[in-house]
Design a protein around this ligand. Sequence first.
Ligand code: HEC
Length: 374
Amino acid sequence: MLSSTRRRWSGWWLAAGFVLGLSATAELSDRTQLAIEALQRLKGSEEPNPALQQAARQIALQIPDEPEFVELVREFRLSGMESNLVAFAVRHTESPAAAEAIRETLGREGLVFLGKRLELEGPETAPLLASLAAAGDPRCLPLIKPVLQDAGRPVATRILALKVAASTAAGASNLLEQLRTDSLPPELAGSATTVLKESRWPEIRSAVSATSPTVPRKPAGFPPVPELVAMKGDPVRGALVFRRPDVACIGCHQVRGEGVDFGPKLTEIGAKLGKDALISAILDPSAGISFGFEAWRFSLKDGDDVVGLVSSETGEEVLIKQQGGPQIALRKSNISGREKLPLSIMPAGLQDNLSLQEFVDLIEYLASLRPEAK
Ligand code: HEC
């Protein structure tokens, strides 16, 4: 790999990218690898000369999916590559070079360009936001505001936008201020609290714990739990609520193989939890965190930290699962400490998007999920 002086990857991208980066390098043909190294040696510290730039551009365009693509574009200051850089960041959120591609684009006044890509919701939205969060670059904050404010966007998208904001010191303190002054869209307050409690800055974490009580506000118009339990819902309509993009359950839970395998599978949850427990699992996820799904924070020796679920652990490494992202392997030799968080990764406040009837339907649906009769 070429050397880079401005590496600021957040730790887990580094870990993931280290492995992926090595294998990607192994896949580059020897000739391409030699060409890149030769170019690197020819390049002086001043403005690269046009002939070298031309050579670098040719090689870069042959390897649009390799981390070396981003390095060539950056080191040889290849112009007009913004859309290739963003395409790389969207296709390779798991690579540390994705964050670098975003920073490079931002450095080229790519704000307008990125803004256009985020304007409409589409299959690129989530991976682009994930790469923006990995970049942790305050220059992208103006892009995030419209996404946060847009009530027409799926909650999952807006939560990712919260994560982008919270990935920078300025954005995290701004979010905190908005929480304090109640100026965030109300349906995001619970998720913002969750995201900030996982912040990499200790002062933000303690400030948000002081600001928000751990027991979330009971949504306006919802009766107390015993009355909720007594209400009758429609499980068929509840199944639709569960799958609604703005409610996001299916983005973290599977039912009979459908959905994302992140949180506990809910295929038989009605046999495991009574209605009262199902209700509080949503209203107050941190009150009872299911075994094996606790959130952990790992501090890394390079100063970064990683928050996620531990999916497995061996003598040498820990595999971490994060919402919407790939599994990350942390080498134990890079870990300096770990801490179990008193907080569920499931965001509080998901019910804020639901009417009372929709909430009751959702609970009825969950209660109906039981082992199939033999
Ligand atoms: C960001 C990911 C995420 C989203 C979105 C999410 N959950 Fe969860 N959920 C989790 C995780 C992680 C756990 C395990 C930790 C805990 O118990 O709090 C969990 C736990 C649960 C449990 C308890 C499971 C058990 O075995 O005890 C229930 C019930 C549940 N979620 C229902 C829902 C419903 C309904 C929604 C949609 C309104 C939803 N979840 C949205 C991640 C999520």
